[in-house]
Design a protein around this ligand. Structure first.
Ligand code: NAP
Length: 430
């Protein structure tokens, strides 16, 4: 093996700059771990005149991707430009040139992961994606290596830092959603366009990746049922607290026998559940294995150095494989046929918050409506809304199946005594 391995960076923004810093800072350690030096040979950018947060020789920069992709001196390509089509094209071109690839791009992996892994295998190349889910938390490695001997049955993840920051601030300071979102944008915790975060799409992409690897089933984004946090109010958070719950945007992936269900939604979690205490921009993934039982992985889900740590660790994995001559063999294609659970097979509890007419007999009509669908109530709170001559009723159901709970929801919407269904959320049990 060569004494120095050359890396081409596609992108030198937040994460790319962190990669250069970590390689520089830990060059000696990396040498001892893999027996060679690592040198960043070129970095692709859009604007070479931009001021960078890392000190670099201008000669390192290029605006021409071919200088990396078709450079015979470059062994490994690190893709951190983001986006889908260009990143996909560049990664496939890199495999065509027998270059190994490390990427942080969850948008791309969630959509084209299977295609990219296949292209890597066909070309005898490595593809590592640790940074694409939960930034600095080594959750991918935990699933594919650490827990490889087990059968994973459930993964629950707080995998979007922006929404966790918003929900934490709403809960701790009784602030409204819009107020916290603006503050998060001002502090750089939320993007100028936060839609992919707040509507749950970013978390759904990560849950699709985790489910594909954890269940060895080719899960696509369309298989994930997604709801975001934008409709959430302080009333729900306060009722949640009163009933012993914390509200989190939770990714849930479950496997029973051979069927899977994957969803992302605002969820009431018991306050004693370890994920309830994951606050601010932190991420965590809770994994159940048949043999290992419960495990939890916690840490920073994004940021320059945490994300770059995951990338450089992937780079070290590539270098070890190069030294052993086993590149292109780490990843196995998904081997379980995909069977998605039907709504009848999805068991869950629901939380409903209703505005109802403040008249005698209303409460018994609502109780009858639930009973007629075969759904029993676990917790009920009722409060008069004096100015509106109405009452607010909060109900947490016992477990039922999703199809039945959907019917309850439809019946509530149609009931004369119900003015509005203010919210409906999933409730998870410990
Ligand atoms: N930031 C995080 O904490 C984080 C965490 C996990 C995963 N990720 C993922 O990591 C990737 C990079 O994120 P980032 O935050 O580092 O992004 P970023 O700061 O916006 O950096 C993107 C870099 O790519 C370059 N670039 C973008 N499009 C290009 C194009 N078409 N041609 C040439 N260069 C191009 C930009 O060039 P200029 O500098 O000239 O504009 C910039 O250097 C994304 O896939 C993201 O989802 C990020």
């Amino acid at each position: 093996m060569k004494d120095t391995i050359s890396v081409g960076l596609l992108g030198l923004g937040t994460v790319g700059s962190g990669v250069i810093k970590i390689i520089r800072e830990n060059q000696e350690d990396i040498y001892h771990k893999v027996g060679c030096h690592v040198e960043v040979k070129k970095a692709l950018v859009q604007d070479a005149s931009k001021i960078r947060t890392v000190d670099i020789d201008q000669e390192l920069l290029t605006t021409d991707a071919d200088e990396i992709l078709y450079n015979p001196d470059i062994d490994v390509v690190v893709e951190v430009i983001g986006g889908i089509e260009k990143a996909r094209k560049y990664i496939l071109a890199a495999f065509g040139q027998k270059k190994h690839v490390v990427t942080a791009n969850k948008d791309l992996v969630a959509l084209y992961g299977e295609e990219l892994f296949q292209a890597a295998r066909e070309n005898g190349c490595d593809l590592f994606i640790e940074a694409s889910v939960a930034g600095g938390i080594p959750i991918i490695r935990a699933l594919v290596d650490g827990l490889a001997s087990d059968r994973i049955t459930k993964m629950m993840g707080i995998v979007n830092g922006t929404t966790n920051y918003i929900l934490t601030k709403m809960s701790k300071h009784q602030l409204q959603y819009e107020e916290v979102l603006s503050e998060a944008q001002a502090k750089g915790f939320a993007e100028a366009d936060p839609s992919a975060d707040v509507n749950g799409l970013d978390a759904a992409r990560k849950m699709a990746i985790l489910s594909t690897l954890g269940f060895s089933t080719n899960v696509s984004l369309d298989d994930v049922s997604v709801e975001g946090i934008s409709g959430l109010t302080n009333d729900d958070i306060e009722y949640g607290k009163r009933l012993g719950y914390t509200i989190k945007l939770l990714g849930i992936a479950k496997r029973d026998n051979e069927s899977v269900e994957i969803s992302v939604q605002s969820t009431l979690l018991p306050q004693k559940h370890p994920l309830s205490s994951v606050n601010d921009e932190y991420n965590a993934v809770f994994v159940n294995g048949e043999s290992v039982g419960e495990t939890m992985f916690y840490g920073p889900g994004a940021g320059e150095l945490p994300t770059a740590t995951a990338i450089v660790s992937d780079l070290i994995a590539v270098l070890k494989n190069m030294r052993l001559g086993v590149c292109g063999k780490s990843h196995t294609a998904s081997y379980n046929e995909k069977k998605l659970k039907t709504d009848e097979a999805i068991e869950l509890k629901n939380y409903f918050r209703l505005h109802v007419k403040d008249e005698p007999g209303v409460f018994s009509q609502i109780t009858t409506l639930f009973a007629s669908q075969g759904v029993s109530m676990e917790k009920i709170v009722q409060k008069p809304l004096r100015e509106q001559k109405a009452a607010e009723v909060v109900i947490v159901t016992h477990k039922s199946n999703k199809k039945v709970l959907d019917s309850v929801y439809d019946a509530l919407l149609a009931a004369d005594v119900v003015d509005s269904v203010q919210s409906r959320m999933r409730v998870e049990v410990c």
